[in-house]
Design a protein around this ligand. Structure first.
Ligand code: GLN
Length: 471
């Protein structure tokens, strides 16, 4: 008997077309597993009640040529799916029902995918552990005492624990790649703008992008191809070329990998991955990214500035949580005071501060200027190398509660991932080994960055690295 939960999109698609099993059977296998294990893992905030109706509609599309027909997929709770709740794991959106469907979700539905439910996340995608969710933490399937990463922790854990065949997350500073790394799966942050943000609740609008989680790089590629493309509802969206010179040279910014902030086992796995790429015929070159040390500081100025403006719309008046005061200002204060968790409030305050007159030049403008320098650094690096390789996260998944009271320790989780968002380039995390801690095997990921619109280079390298078939 084949285990329906262990298939890739490719394999499931072939089997569905052959008629080995039905879409209903495939979806039921996932629903059963969710029932069995999600009580412990808490990847989902809601499993949709109409999965079987979706399955029946999808069954009709099997065989029409789309490999996503009948594939059960989970989506992050910050994406709109008409008629369904969407809360960004925030109390302030309690009771909110999506009035329209996000473009990326629409594309999945049109392709015949079955949406299983919405997954847990850090509130408004702010965090690296899902501990900032207003609805409880998601546990790492490899060790339930540890975090799954964040902010898309639920989407990552769902795939890692076979509670969905694949999923979508959003990435503003690492929220797809870091949880993918911690959960031992593949996570792609596409080129900024390559996937429409229409219907994605905004966190940092110049940084946000939707992307896939999957078990293989080939599956990430299938999903990316399904959701990408220019969209008239998002003026920042664009069609990416996805073609060019095949990657040969892998650049490693050695100067950024010194110091004792990186777990020695992560470095060991990283060095082993370099050897693997070498044995696959790639040339490894040393590159310099002179300003990369400022990335985290730049991100934690620009991102909160955008957060503070994006969260201004949640006033408790038109939708979501409403707390009555004795006047309009009190309505706002009470609704926002109670609706937002501590991290959301911290970032609104940080953002308002860096944008305030008198500090705007010192912080916001300065950070924007350094962002430009980072773009130059990457442009120069890509003259020497076709992709850039680093670890995805400085250490494997940490214990629940370990960093919850130390925001800066939490922010350091993003050290290798934020730059791709600031620069807008695509980046992928792929599994590259494990570290054994307390008898558990904790996944370690490596991180590849390519120039804008060159997701194809990431797919090619990733597939070779994982030994997937490459045509
Ligand atoms: N961990 C980062 C943060 O807290 C990234 C979040 C994200 O990518 N959405 O901002």
């Amino acid at each position: 008997m084949i285990d329906l939960k262990k298939l890739t999109i490719k394999k499931a698609h072939e089997a569905l077309v052959r008629g080995d099993f039905t879409v209903r059977e495939l979806c039921q296998a996932y629903l059963d597993e969710i029932k069995k294990r999600d009580g412990d893992i808490h990847a989902y905030l809601e499993v949709y009640s109409d999965v079987m109706a979706q399955a029946d509609a999808a069954q009709k599309k099997v065989g029409e040529g789309n490999s996503l027909a009948g594939i059960p997929i989970a989506i992050k709770d910050n994406m709109l799916f008409e008629g369904k709740a969407a809360t960004s794991a925030s109390k302030i959106l309690q009771g909110y029902v999506a009035p329209y469907t996000a473009t990326a979700i629409r594309k999945l539905v049109d392709a015949g995918a079955v949406l299983l439910g919405r997954t847990n996340m850090d509130e408004f995608a702010m965090g690296s552990s899902t501990e900032n969710s207003a609805y409880g933490v998601t546990k790492n399937p490899h060790d339930l005492s540890r975090v799954a990463g964040g902010s898309s922790g639920g989407s990552a854990a769902a795939v890692a624990a076979d509670l969905a065949l694949a999923s979508l997350g959003s990435d503003t500073g690492g929220s797809i790649r870091q949880p993918a790394s911690h959960c031992g799966i593949v996570g792609l942050k596409p080129t900024y703008g390559s996937v429409s943000r229409h219907g994605l609740m905004a966190m940092g609008s110049s940084l946000d992008v939707i992307g896939p989680f999957s078990k293989t790089v080939s599956d990430a590629e299938i999903l990316f191809n399904a959701i990408k493309g220019k969209d008239r509802y998002d003026s920042t969206s664009l069609d990416v070329p996805m073609a060019g010179k095949r990657p040969q040279k892998i650049g490693v910014p050695r100067h950024f990998l010194k110091g004792d902030g990186i777990d020695p086992e992560v470095m060991k796995a990283f060095e082993a991955s370099i050897e693997r790429f070498r044995s696959l015929g790639y040339e490894i070159v040393d590159i310099e990214l002179p300003n990369i040390g400022y990335s985290l500081a730049v991100y934690y100025v620009l991102m909160p500035a955008e957060v503070s403006t994006n969260l201004a719309r949640f006033d408790g008046i038109k939708y979501g949580l409403h707390k009555e005061g004795s006047n309009l200002l009190e309505d706002y204060l009470f609704s926002r005071g109670e609706g937002f968790g501590p991290e959301a409030r911290r970032r609104v305050m940080l953002g308002s501060y860096v944008l305030s007159s008198g500090y705007y030049d010192a912080y916001y403008n300065k950070a924007s200027a350094v962002r430009e320098l980072l773009k130059d650094d990457f442009a120069k690096a890509f003259e020497r190398a076709d992709v850039i390789l680093t670890p995805t996260a400085p250490a494997p998944a940490f214990k629940i509660g370990e960093k919850a009271s130390d925001p800066v320790a939490m922010y350091l989780e993003d050290i290798f991932t934020v730059t791709a968002n600031l620069v807008g380039t695509p980046a992928i995390s792929i599994p590259a080994g494990t570290k054994e801690v307390e008898g558990k095997r904790l996944p370690i990921g490596i991180h590849l960055v390519s120039p804008h619109g060159r997701e194809d280079a990431l797919f090619e390298l990733g597939k070779k690295f994982l030994g997937e078939d490459v045509e």
